[in-house]
Design a protein around this ligand. Structure first.
Ligand code: ARG
Length: 470
């Protein structure tokens, strides 16, 4: 009996509408998704357990049948976990494999597993469960990186370096301020990941192939069984909606872009020309030919992977853009970009976190680079403003002094001292460390606002970590 039923499961469409002929090898090779969707196995079992409990509540399964099916699903889970699960050549995807095995194990009761369900609502459910968990785990990784940035910012105390615009030295900023700038960008990533999780928190199970069912299914009960906040409103939408995958990929891509920008700075800072940062040996790579090299491959790959993520996101959007309602097999193309994005970004964050945590900042070189006379130019202009000169006029007075200093190779201090509107009193502005200390406005780059910022950053981290379930 069990064997017969299993025999009919060579394909999920069996031998009813189809004759004896097996699918062509080329079809199987081209359409299978088992090679990548087996990572949904745990979620598929979770969704199947909720589904059969719903069928029992609906009276479609007896309590004995429910127990038999739950035990079979547990057994499949065990086999998958201990590596004894034998995949068959005809297992097109993970859903087929699980159902085939359940049917082998418990025969005709197994043949009731798929009652009232389609792989269309099943795969959408599995993928939502997976994405919810993985995005939450990703947000936790982002928080760990933010922790490291916060710690390094605290340790940096009042160290400062040049802040740049257009890659030209502009004004000195505290190193802590610079590190926290990346920390706040990452805070938006955490926020976005949480928002995507909140929006995807809808169960599609019970939508069937596209239109619901004639059986007394209980999509609300199944939704709460799976820990979803609600069930779908529209069965067509439920099986064709992949907004959550696109959103997840966008969140991951922007996160990758942030990691890429951090990576770019690490590459620059670790050059001999900048010399602001030395990589720990554990987070640097050598050259196969050049013995002297210590390369920032982690930072470069963080930069490179962002390109790949952008490809994953645009690839998925292109898959979705022309699809009519409801399920179309094109939707199977949602998984690989998502899985790849999660894998790549997860590894990138962990490597960048380790790199930043162990790198050595050369505070001396940063200070020397920041303490050029012209980094106080705007302070000279603001000093004049404080004495009644309109800013535009002050700007041109100081600009002219800087130009003269460069052209005549005279220290700016001499020209400032000799200038009637500035004079000796203004010289204090050119002293090392003065410019950064004068950045006193809220959110600014000097010691007082940065101390306040650090407190606010820490508060944000604890609020965000409370948003993430364990
Ligand atoms: N492997 C398929 C996917 O990932 C599962 C759904 C198949 N549905 C179907 N009607 N053929 O989308």
């Amino acid at each position: 009996m069990a064997d017969d039923t299993a025999g009919r499961l060579r394909t999920l469409w069996g031998e009813g509408r189809f004759g004896d002929q097996l699918p062509a090898d080329a079809l199987v090779a081209f359409t299978e998704s088992l090679s990548f969707d087996r990572r949904l196995a745990g979620d598929d079992l979770t969704a199947s357990r909720a589904h059969v409990r719903g069928l029992a509540r609906a009276g479609v399964l007896t309590n004995e049948e429910l127990d038999v099916l739950l035990a079979a699903l547990d057994r499949v889970g065990q086999e998958l976990a201990d590596g004894t699960f034998a995949f068959a050549a005809t297992d097109e995807d993970i859903h087929t494999a699980v159902e085939r095995r359940v049917t082998e194990l418990v025969g005709s009761v197994g043949a009731k597993l798929h009652t009232g369900r389609s792989r269309n609502d099943q795969v959408a459910t599995d993928l939502r469960l997976y994405t919810r968990r993985e995005l939450t785990a990703m947000a936790r990784r982002v928080l760990a990186l933010q922790e490291v940035l916060g710690r390094r910012a605290e340790e940096a105390e009042d160290a400062y370096l040049p802040g740049y615009t257009h890659m030209q030295r502009a004004q000195p900023v505290l190193l802590a301020h610079h590190l926290l700038a990346h920390g706040w960008a990452l805070a938006r990533d955490v926020d976005r990941l949480c928002a995507t999780v909140a929006r995807l928190d809808v169960s599609p199970l019970g939508a069937g192939a596209l239109a619901g069912s004639s059986l007394a299914l209980d999509p609300d009960g199944v939704a709460s069984d799976l820990g979803f906040s609600s069930r779908f409103e529209n069965s067509l939408d439920a099986v064709s909606d992949r907004d959550f995958v696109a959103e997840a990929l966008f969140d991951l891509t922007l996160l990758a872009v942030h990691l890429s920008r951090i990576g770019e700075e690490i590459v620059l800072w670790s050059t001999e020309e900048f010399g602001f940062l030395q990589l720990d040996d554990a987070y640097a790579t050598g050259s196969s030919m050049l013995p002297q090299k210590k390369n920032p491959d982690v930072a470069e790959l963080a930069r490179g992977k962002a390109g790949r993520l952008i490809g994953n996101l645009t690839g998925l959007l292109a898959v979705l853009k022309g699809l009519p309602l409801a399920y179309n097999r094109d939707l199977q193309e949602d998984k690989e970009p998502l899985f790849d994005g999660i894998d790549q970004v997860g590894r990138a964050i962990e490597a960048i976190t380790g790199l930043i945590s162990t790198a050595t900042f050369d505070l001396g070189r940063m200070r020397v680079a920041a303490d050029t006379e012209s980094s106080a130019a705007v302070d000279l202009a603001e000093w004049l403003v404080g004495r009644g000169t309109p800013f535009r006029e002050a700007h041109s007075i100081v600009g002219a002094l800087v130009r003269a200093s460069v052209e005549r190779r005279v220290p700016l201090a001499e020209l400032v001292e000799a200038h009637p509107a500035l004079g000796t009193e203004a010289l204090v502005l050119l002293e090392p460390g003065t410019a950064v200390a004068r950045r006193t406005t809220p959110g600014g780059a000097g010691p007082a606002p940065v101390a306040d910022q650090l407190v606010r950053f820490r508060q944000r981290l604890s609020v965000d970590s409370a948003r993430l379930p364990d």
